[in-house]
Design a protein around this ligand. Structure first.
Ligand code: NAD
Length: 355
């Protein structure tokens, strides 16, 4: 029997619940295609701090490179102290250090889920390794400085290399979709940083004459996104803008509980929901598992291409079908979608919809 090996980091808060749900769904979808899933649970987050003395222990870092595909649950990193080396944000660390340079965040309206925009089907491709993120933009230490009590300086990094590779990822994706890329920037004010990013998008566009490129300033785009979201196909942008706009896009089609993400590199990819660890509902076991499950689906698609295993494409389709049918029928939904089900009950329904 063929097998696929996936490393799993559960994270904090609702992480363990939604990651377990994802493993159950992926296991079934792959088994139906004759593929065994071997999940390796690696310590991470606040539970790893207790057991191994770090939120991202060396044991986990040693093992991760052995796997092409990883699943990460959300982490409660706003509580991680800045100057304590035991507290590493696994999300930022893994994205930067393993060059998971493209954060691919689809938003699509599912029949059955209340939305004013039933036609939305877009993907935000967010640069993931630099930009305005303090944990990603310097070699050592942190990219935010506090020279005086009342002043903070935050460094933003934009490089040609990172901009070109994320732009290429967006154009490749557009080729398998509706053939349109929108670059979002603020090059009218951030002339150098956003200017370089836009220059790179235009340079890559020359390699893809079949793909249409347009661009917007981020402020105007934020308005366009809530007025005419169905006009957009693939949106490519820098780290912070992508983080904000992808949550905005998620809000148009049912909220964060439905918003998946893939952190894609060349050698590795990591499925990870867009949302955080939802501390407000963490103890209640009512988190919507769909965002993490669909992140697992994106990982299967990536692994199918990376490992040349077409069965995984079929498994990925099956996962999406199970989720879509569940949402359409409206039974067994979690409270964020208007139901009363717990995470594992909604997962049971998704599994049964997969047949
Ligand atoms: P959040 O995404 O955790 O929660 C925002 C709101 O959405 C909350 O009301 C929450 O209950 C709800 N929500 C989120 N996911 C849900 C789900 N699957 N089902 C149902 N409801 C869901 O954002 P926050 O409250 O700003 O952040 C909480 C923690 O998560 C912070 O420590 C933050 O730093 C961290 N965070 C981590 C990641 C990550 O690991 N990738 C991403 C964003 C935030």
């Amino acid at each position: 029997m063929k097998s696929v090996e996936i490393a799993v980091l559960e994270g904090d808060g609702i992480g363990p619940d939604i990651v377990q749900a994802t493993m159950r769904v992926l296991e079934k979808a792959c088994a139906k295609q004759g593929v065994r899933t071997d999940f390796s649970m690696l310590p991470s987050g606040l539970s790893a701090l207790e057991s191994h003395g770090s939120t991202l222990p060396q044991e986990t870092l040693d093992k991760l490179p052995d796997y092409s595909g990883w699943i990460l649950g959300p982490v409660t990193h706003h509580t991680y102290p800045i100057n304590d080396k035991r507290f590493i944000n696994p999300s930022g660390y893994l994205r930067k250090n393993y060059e998971l340079f493209a954060n691919i965040r689809p938003s699509r309206a599912f029949p059955g889920v209340k939305t004013k925009f039933p036609e939305v089907d877009l993907v935000v491709v967010r640069e993931n390794t630099e930009g305005m993120y303090a944990d990603r933009n310097v070699l050592d230490g942190n990219g935010e400085f506090r020279p005086t009590e009342d002043t903070v300086v935050s460094v933003r990094v934009v490089t040609r290399k990172a901009s070109l590779r994320v732009a290429r990822q967006a154009f490749e994706l557009a080729r398998s979709r509706r053939g349109k890329v929108t670059a979002v920037h603020k090059a009218n004010v951030l002339r150098r940083g956003c200017g370089l990013f836009l220059e790179c998008c235009k340079e890559v566009a020359k390699e893809y004459p079949d793909i249409e490129l347009n661009d917007f300033h981020v402020d105007a785009f934020a308005m366009m996104l809530v007025m005419y979201p169905e006009r957009f196909d693939v949106i490519v942008t820098t780290n912070l803008f992508g983080d904000v706009l992808s949550d905005e896009a998620a809000g148009l089609v049912g909220g964060l509980g439905l918003a998946p993400g893939l952190n894609a590199g060349i050698e590795h990819a990591m499925g990870q929901a867009t949302h955080g660890s939802a501390p407000d509902i963490a103890e209640l076991h009512i988190a919507n598992p769909v965002a993490e499950i669909l992140s697992g689906k994106l990982l299967l698609d990536w692994l199918a291409a990376h490992l040349s295993m077409p069965e995984l494409f079929e498994a990925a389709k099956d996962v999406e079908r199970g989720v879509a049918e569940t949402l359409k029928n409206g039974k067994g939904l979690t409270p964020d979608l208007g139901g009363t089900a717990h995470t594992d009950e909604m997962t049971d329904v998704i599994l049964s919809e997969m047949g």
